[in-house]
Write a protein that binds this ligand. Sequence first.
Ligand code: PEP
Ligand code: MG
Length: 574
Amino acid sequence: MAPVQVIRATPKIVPTWSIREDEVEAEVKRLAQAIKAVSEGLEEQRKKLLAAGIAEKEAEIFSVHRMILQDPLALKKVQTRIAEERLNAEDCVQFLIGVLEKTMSGLEGNSVRSYGADISEPWRMVLAQLMSSGREALLSSEGQVVLAAAELTPHVVTFLDRDRVLAVVTETGGRFSHGAVLARSFGFPTVVGVPNLLSRLEQGMRIIVDGDKGTVQLNPDQEAVDHFLERQARRRARLERLSVHAALPAETSDGHPFSVRINVESTRDLGLSGFDPSHTDGVGLLRTEFLYMERTQFPSEEEQYRMYRRVIEGVGGRPVTIRTLDIGNDKQLPYFKTPHEVNPALGWRGIRVYLEWQDLLRVQFRAILRASADGPVRVLFPMVTSNAEVERLHVIFNEVRAQLEDQGFEVAEEIPVGIMVEVPSALITMPRILESVDFVSVGTNDLVQYLLACDRDNPWVSRLYDPYHPAVMWSLDFVAKSAAAAGKPCYVCGEMAGDYATALLLVGMGYSGVSVAQNFVAQVKFGIRESTLAEAQQLAKTVCSLDNAASIRELLEATRVKLHDGSQRASSES
Ligand code: PEP
Ligand code: MG
C-alpha cells in the first residue's frame, strides 16, 4: 500500500492518467522542460553538423523544428488540454500530434510538406522526451511507491529500486511474462493485465496491491485499509513461520533428498539482506541476459568472467548453472537491435541468435570456461529444439575449451552441460537428447506457452495459459521418466516450481530438484519436508491420472491446505 507512481515503461504505448488541479502547474512546467530539452538538443545537432562541414541549408531542418516548437498556438493547445481535461502532458502532446497529422494530410503537396518539415516530428521528440524522463523521475524522486506502467519490460524492472518500489501493477502482460517473472524474483508483489488501469489512476493516488489474490484497489476506504493491514500481518506471520525451513535440508520427512537451487537475475540478488547461500544448493538458473541488460553495451569476456565469478562467490562456491544468453522476444538488449518480427515468441531467440552470430556465444563460452576454474559451473542452453542443435553447441564448446587450454587458461575438467526443456520438439525427442547432455531443466514458463499455443505475455489469453493443463503434467512426467531411464538428473526452473504443492508433485514424479526465486526457498522446502516420498509419489500418480486442469488445481489446493493445517497443528502442539 503506497501512493501510485505511473511510469512510461514502453515507448509504444502513450499512457493517459488524470492529474489533480493542484498538479496542473507542475505538469505544464514538465512540458516546458521537455520542449526546452528538445530545442537545445536540436540546436546542438545543428551546430555539430555545421562543424562537420554540412551545408547550412542541410542543417536548416533543425532550426525549422525548433521554430515549430515555438508556435504559441500549438503550445496553447497542449497547455489548455492539460489544465481543462486535467490529463498528463504525454496524453496532451499525443493529442496535438494527432491534430497536426490531420492538418498535414490535408496539405498534400503543399509547400510546408515539400520543405521537408513534418510539423508533427518535433512534437514526437517532445513526447519521447516526456516518456523517457518518466523513468528518470522515478529513479530520482523520493519515498516509497507502487509503480504503475502500461507494460513492464524486463529492462525496466532491472532499474527499479527495491527499497522504494513496494509493488508493481501493469495494464498488459501475463503472469509468466519476463517482466513479471523478474518483478516476482526481485520480491515485488505484482499484478499484471489490468485493463484501462492507467486511465483510472491519478499520480500519487493511494493504491493497495495484493499479489497473492491478483487484485488492485484504488483509493481504498478505511475498512479496506484495515482489512489489508490485517491480511498483511497474517501473511507476514505465516512467512515468518515458514522461514525456519529455509535453513533445513531439502528432503522428505523420510529422508529422500531433493535439491533446491535459486534463479538469479542480477548479481545484486546475492547481496540482499535475508539471503543466505547455505540455504540453497547453488544456482539452478543464472539468466545471463539480465546481467547483460543492466549494462549499456555488450560486456567483454573479462567483464562476463568477473560477473560469473561474483555469482560463484555469492553462493559460497556451490554449483552455478549458467544459462547462455536467452535474448529475443520480450528480452531485448537496449544496445542490440534485433529485426522486427511479427511473431517473436516463435522467432529469433535464445540459441537461434548465436548459432548464427557465433561471436556472442564464443565470448560467453570463454568467460564461463574461465569461471569454471573458480568454482563448479554448469552450462545450460535455452530454446533447444533438436539434438542436432545440441551437437553443434558441443562442437563450439569443445573448440573454445581447446583454444583456452592452448592459451594457458585453467579450465575445470568436469563441466556438466544441459538443456532447457521448453519447446515441444525437444520434449518429444527427450530420450534421444538425453544421450547428448548431462542434465535437463524444464522451463515451464515457455513450455506451457509452446505446448498450449498461448503467448505468455498476452493478457487476452492468460486464462488459457494454464500450467496445470494435463498436457503440462503429462509432459513433466514424461521428462522425469525419460531422465530416470537415461540415468540423468532432471530439474524444473520455471515459476510453477516455486509453489510448494507443485514442488512436492515434482518430488513424486522423480525430479532431482527445482530452481526457484530466492524468496520461495523456504516454502518449497516446507512442502517437501512435511511429506514422505510415498505421499509425493501418490500425489504425482493421482495428478497424472486426471484429465482436466480444474481437478488438478483442486487437488493441489487440497494438498496445500493439508500441508498448511498439518504444520499449524504441529506448531501448536509443540
Ligand atoms: C522458462 O521458460 O520457464 C524459464 C525458466 O526461462 P525464462 O522464463 O527466462 O524464459
Ligand atoms: Mg524460457
